[in-house]
Write a protein that binds this ligand. Structure first.
Ligand code: FES
Length: 99
């Protein structure tokens, strides 16, 4: 099963393939920062430090929110940003929640 690891902690979670990051970790007692849980507020943004190829590509709603966040927060284009409430896991990833 894929693993989601949180950078800077010793926390790592086994998740099911196709599970959404936020839901998978929440079910195991790890509450990531969040807001709407619908892909529009951006409060659940995480940087993908490893394994970006192990996530489904973002859908339109997620991509629009990420694009807006990049402009609003001046996030470097080289950083891989995803929304934990939308991103589905296919393999191992390491994430870093962005405050
Ligand atoms: S919690 Fe609002 S976009 Fe994910």
């Amino acid at each position: 099963m894929p693993r989601v690891s949180i950078e800077g902690t010793n926390k790592s979670f086994e998740v099911k393939t196709e599970e959404i990051i936020y839901n998978a970790l929440s079910d195991q007692g790890e509450e990531l920062p969040h807001g709407c849980l619908a892909g529009s507020c951006g409060a659940c943004k995480v940087e993908i430090l490893q394994g970006k190829e192990n996530l489904h590509l973002p859908g339109v709603i997620e991509q629009n929110t990420i694009d807006a966040l990049r402009i609003e927060l001046n996030i470097d284009q080289t950083k891989e940003i995803r929304l934990s409430c939308r991103a589905k896991v296919l393999g191992d990833v390491t994430i870093k929640p962005i405050k």
